[in-house]
Design a protein around this ligand. Sequence first.
Ligand SMILES: Cc1cc2nc3c(=O)[nH]c(=O)nc-3n(C[C@H](O)[C@H](O)[C@H](O)COP(=O)(O)O)c2cc1C
Length: 351
Amino acid sequence: MLSPANLSDYAAAAEARLEPGAWAYLAGGAGDEITLRENRAAFDRLRLNTRLLASMAGASTATRLFGLDLPHPFLLAPIAYQRLFHPLGEIATAQAASALGTPMLVSTLASVPMEEVAGVLGRGPGWFQLYIQHDRDFTLNLVKRAEQAGFAAIVVTADAPVNGVRDRERRMGFALPPGIGAANLAGLPPASPSEGLLGGALAAVPVWEDLARLREATRLPLLLKGVMTPGDAAKAMALGCDGIIVSNHGGRVLDTMPAAIEALPPIAEAVAGRVPVLLDSGVRRGTDVLKALAFGASAVLLGRPYIQGLAVGGAMGVAHVIRLLADELAVAMALTGCATVPEIDRGVIFG
Ligand SMILES: Cc1cc2nc3c(=O)[nH]c(=O)nc-3n(C[C@H](O)[C@H](O)[C@H](O)COP(=O)(O)O)c2cc1C
């Protein structure tokens, strides 16, 4: 195969390599995949301005987030069950993340225990992504484990209290293969069965009071992931969240939601710089990172593309994906006259 030149090349190479069921799980979106496509289409519709003859002295993609110095304004989004895509799973991702200094968000549904991933991350930055479990004591224990393992922030994902309707997976009859599961949830008591739609799952969905309790339970920075409206961003801040992640979960949960990049400007306006706003869903190019920062994001998360790198080349594949995106961002910054991350502003967007 020719050497992958961009993140889409990794998508094609990963599709050729993965089991069709695993590919359907990774690539698919909810329903008619309208939101999945819109995440890309909305980035593609945005046009950029050049700004000529700007000085590039001291040019850098470096940024600071929650006291961490990052080499570039992007992080690796939490993605479940990474051993579906490579035998080493989250371990290989952590190797790449720590080598390049890119923060890795480790999922509650990781296929390797969080402590093992943290061991590989070492001093490399790691955040823990929390899915609030029906057993709230078990949930608080996950937070304690994350603190003890050295994770630097807790990200509560609130947009997927139930799985989206994902037709691609259902057509393939996708199920986790034996030996791959949610390693962090070993020992979780089963949810009590109840009547009605989706059984016990709905009775125990997380609510705002759960977020308030988590705020009391940890001193780590607490971020809420899945925010798509200014009203929810305001509630999260009122409860003491330290950051907001604008995301529609990569189009995997509620179909016909707007693109994340379209939801960002009013949210950034409402937050008004009080806490960092991050964004994911559809980031595939350095110009996408630039556009999100121009609309007020402090950083973005990268989802499927680094997993496609993992599937193709393990840790080296993840590292190459990170490098490709970082290099594209540097070029986009130079061509729009932004020497540093704080210089990226609305002026780079045409119209
Ligand atoms: C296969 C897969 C598994 C995911 N697992 C999780 C998860 O465990 N926790 C979570 O908060 N988000 C999860 N997400 C959502 C991602 O964190 C992120 O929001 C999304 O992938 C970003 O969109 P992108 O893939 O277009 O970059 C998952 C996404 C995919 C594709």
